[in-house]
Design a protein around this ligand. Structure first.
Ligand code: CAA
Length: 387
C-alpha cells in the first residue's frame, strides 16, 4: 500500500537531519579526511564533534538517554559522513554494530548499564565475532567462556576488530558449549577495556579506512560477572546474526556515501578539466561513465533505504534485504570509485585528489560484516526457502 511506500522514503525529519549532518561533515570532517588517511590516526576531534550533536550513536533509544533515531536516520548519518571520510563513518556504524546485541536481546539491567554511557559519549562500542581461524565460518570460533559460580572466565582471541583500543566496550561472542556451537553453544558478553587479562594486538597495516584502528583482542583468563551476559546462554550466535541483519544495511549506507563522494569529485573534475579544446565532460565517453556511476549509485541508495525501512520494522525479509543492500551497494561503490579514478586519469591516481582514497576505502565494504560471497549464500538460502 501507499503507506508502505512512504516508509521507504526519507521524511521531512530525515531531510532536516541530512542537512545538519552534511553541514557538520563539510565543516569539521571533510577538511580532516586526507590527513586522517595520511597519519593513520583515530580522529578524536571528529568523535567529539559527532558526539556534541548526538550523531555518534543516533540509534540509541530515547528511554536509554539516546537520540532515538530510526534505522534510516542512522543510515543518513553514516552516508553523509562516509561521503567525506569513510574512516569517520565507522564511529556511528560500529557504535550501532557493537550495541545492537544489547538493544535486540539484552536484559533491562544490561541496557541500563551501558546504553546511557554510549549515548552520553562516555565510551564507544565494538563488536567481536571473527577470529584468526574463523571469518566467514563465524561458528568455527574457539574463544570460550567457562562458568565459575556467578562469573564467567574468557580465554582466546578475536581478530579484525574495528575501533579496537579506542572503544571502551566490546560485545564478544564466545563458545559456552563446544558441542552445540552455532545451535545453542555460543553466548554474547560485554567486556570492558580495563578488564584484567584483556589486551590488544598491534594495529593492522591496511589498504584503507586508515583512521579506524583494526586490532586483535586477547582474552587471558578474563573474569566477568554473569550480569555482563547479553541475552540467554546459547543465544549468542542468533543474536550476532540478527545484529548483522540490521547493520549490513548501515554498511550499504557507508558504501553509498563513499560512492557519492567519488561521483561528486569525478563530475566536478570533468567539468573543469579541459582537453582537446573543451571540457572533458563534453565527451560522450566521459558522459556515459558518469551516467552509469549515477545510475548504479541511485539504485544502491534506494535498496539501502528500503532495507532500512525493513530494519526499522524488523520485517521477516530483513535477512535477505540486509544482505542484498550491503552486497549491491558495496559492489557498486567499488565500481564507482574505480571509475572516478579513471575519469581523473593521472590526477585520480595521486593524493592531490580524494578519489584514490575513496577507492581504497570502498574495498573493505565488500569484505567486512560478511564478504559479498557470504551475502550471496545468505540471499540464496532465503530465496530458495520460498520455493
Ligand atoms: N537471524 C536469526 N538466527 C539466525 C540467523 C539470522 N539472520 N542466521 C542464522 N541463524 C541461526 C539459525 O537459525 C541456526 O539456528 P538453529 O540452531 O535454531 O537452527 C543457527 O543460527 C546456525 O545457523 P546456520 O546453520 O545458518 O549457520 P552457518 O554456520 O551455516 O553460518 C553464515 C551461516 C551466514 C555463513 C554465518 O556464519 C555468517 O554470517 N558468516 C559471516 C560472518 C560475518 O558476517 N562476519 C562479520 C564480522 S563483523 C565485522 O566485520 C564488523 C566490523 O568490524 C566492521
Amino acid at each position: 500500500g501507499s503507506s508502505d511506500f512512504d516508509l521507504y522514503r526519507p521524511r521531512e525529519e530525515h531531510d532536516l537531519l541530512r542537512e545538519a549532518i552534511r553541514a557538520l561533515a563539510t565543516d569539521k570532517i571533510a577538511p580532516r579526511a586526507a590527513e586522517i588517511d595520511e597519519t593513520h590516526e583515530f580522529p578524536h576531534d571528529v568523535l567529539a564533534a559527532l558526539t556534541a550533536s548526538d550523531f555518534h550513536a543516533i540509534h540509541v533509544p530515547e528511554e536509554y538517554g539516546g537520540a532515538g533515531g530510526d534505522a534510516l536516520a542512522a543510515c543518513i548519518v553514516i552516508e553523509e559522513v562516509a561521503r567525506v571520510c569513510a574512516s569517520s563513518s565507522l564511529i556511528p556504524a560500529v557504535n550501532k554494530l557493537g550495541s545492537m546485541p544489547l538493544i535486540l536481546a539484552g536484559s533491562e539491567e544490561i541496557k541500563q548499564a551501558y546504553l546511557p554511557r554510549l549515548a552520553r559519549g562516555e565510551g564507544m562500542f565494538s563488536y567481536a565475532l571473527s577470529e584468526p581461524g574463523a571469518g566467514s565460518d563465524a561458528g568455527g570460533m574457539t574463544t570460550k567462556a567457562v562458568r565459575d559460580g556467578d562469573d564467567w572466565v574468557l580465554d582466546g582471541a578475536k581478530r579484525w576488530i574495528t575501533n579496537a583500543g579506542v572503544s571502551e566496550y566490546y560485545t564478544v561472542m564466545v563458545l559456552t558449549d563446544p558441542e552445540k556451537r552455532t545451535h545453542g553453544g555460543i553466548t554474547a558478553f560485554v567486556v570492558e577495556k580495563g578488564d584484567e587479562g584483556f589486551s590488544f594486538g598491534a594495529p593492522e597495516r591496511k589498504l584503507g579506512i586508515q583512521g579506524s584502528p583494526t586490532r586483535e583482542l586477547y582474552f587471558d583468563n578474563v573474569r566477568i560477572p554473569d550480569s555482563r551476559r547479553i541475552g540467554e546462554v546459547g543465544e549468542g550466535f542468533a543474536i550476532a546474526m540478527q545484529t548483522l541483519d540490521h547493520t549490513r544495511v548501515t554498511i550499504g549506507a557507508q558504501a553509498v556515501g563513499i560512492a557519492q563522494g567519488a561521483l561528486d569529485a569525478a563530475a566536478a573534475y570533468a567539468k573543469e578539466r579541459s582537453q582537446f579544446g573543451k571540457a572533458i565532460a563534453e565527451f560522450q565517453g566521459i558522459q556515459f561513465m558518469l551516467a552509469d556511476m549515477a545510475m548504479k549509485l541511485e539504485a544502491a541508495r534506494q535498496l539501502v533505504y528500503v532495507a532500512a525501512a525493513k530494519s526499522e520494522r524488523n520485517d521477516a525479509d530483513l535477512t535477505f534485504f540486509g544482505a542484498a543492500a550491503k552486497c549491491f551497494a558495496s559492489d557498486a561503490a567499488m565500481e564507482i570509485t574505480t571509475d572516478a579514478v579513471q575519469v581523473l586519469g593521472g590526477y585520480g591516481y595521486v593524493k592531490d585528489y580524494p578519489v584514490e582514497r575513496m577507492m581504497r576505502d570502498a574495498k573493505i565494504t565488500q569484505i567486512y560484516e560478511g564478504t559479498n560471497q557470504v551475502q550471496r549464500i545468505v540471499m540464496a538460502r532465503k530465496l530458495l526457502e520460498q520455493y
